[in-house]
Ligand binder design. Structure first.
Ligand code: AR6
Length: 168
C-alpha cells in the first residue's frame, strides 16, 4: 500500500474514491463539501437525499458512499468529522473513526485508491497538527485488502507541511 501527499483541489484527483468532509445532514455546505457538490453536480446530492430518507443522514464518525456525479472519481465517500470542542467530546476518537469507516467502505466496494481531505480541520476547527497525526497513524496502521493507494490532499500550506513532515 502506497501513501502519497498532494497539494491542491481534491475534486480534480483521479482516484476510485474521493472522501468528502460532510455534515450530518448530507445536504452539502461550504469548504470541501461545497467544492465537491459544485464540481460533481446534482447526481451526488440526489443519492444523498436517498440515503437521508432511508437512514436519516450520517452520524459523526460514520461514512456513506454515493456516486461521484461528473467527477472523474468512481465514488464519493461522505464522512462527518467532529467539531473541535477543546478535546472534551471524544473528538480524537471520532476523527479516527472517520478514517476507519471510509477505508472500510472503500474495501467493501472493492476500490483500490482513495483520496482524503484534511477532515475537520476547516470549518470544524480541529487543530491541524493533532488531526494530521491521527490521519497518518490510522492510515498507516490499516491492514489493506483492496486498497493500494491512499492520497492525502492538502489544500492549505500548514496542512501540507504537517503531512510532509509525517511522511518523511
Ligand atoms: N480540496 C481539498 N481540500 C479542501 C478543499 C478542496 N477543494 N476545500 C477546502 N479544503 P472543511 P470540516 C480543505 O471546512 O472542517 C462544510 O460546510 C480545508 O482547507 O471543508 O470537516 C461541511 O458541510 C480543510 O483543511 O471541512 C460541514 O458543515 C479541509 O478541507 C463542515 O464544513 C476541511 O475543511 C465540515 O467542516
Amino acid at each position: 500500500m502506497k501513501i502519497e501527499l498532494l497539494k491542491g483541489d481534491i475534486t480534480k484527483i483521479k482516484v476510485d474514491a474521493i472522501v468528502n468532509a460532510a455534515n450530518t445532514s448530507l445536504l452539502g455546505g461550504g469548504g470541501v463539501d461545497g467544492a465537491i457538490h459544485k464540481a460533481g453536480g446534482p447526481k451526488i446530492l440526489e443519492e444523498c437525499y436517498t440515503i437521508r430518507n432511508k437512514q436519516g443522514g450520517c452520524k459523526v464518525g460514520e461514512a456513506v458512499i454515493t456516486n461521484a456525479g461528473n467527477l472523474s472519481a468512481e465514488k464519493i465517500i461522505h464522512t462527518v468529522g467532529p467539531r473541535w470542542n477543546n478535546g472534551n467530546s471524544n473528538e480524537e476518537e471520532k476523527l479516527r473513526s472517520c478514517y476507519i469507516e471510509c477505508l472500510k467502505l472503500a474495501e467493501a466496494n472493492n476500490l483500490t485508491s482513495i483520496a482524503f481531505p484534511n477532515i475537520s480541520t476547516g470549518i470544524y476547527g480541529f487543530p491541524k497538527d493533532k488531526a494530521a497525526k491521527i490521519a497518518f497513524e490510522t492510515v498507516t496502521q490499516w491492514k489493506s485488502e483492496t486498497i493500494k493507494n491512499i492520497i492525502f490532499v492538502c489544500f492549505d500550506d500548514e496542512n501540507y507541511s504537517l503531512y510532509k513532515n509525517l511522511l518523511q
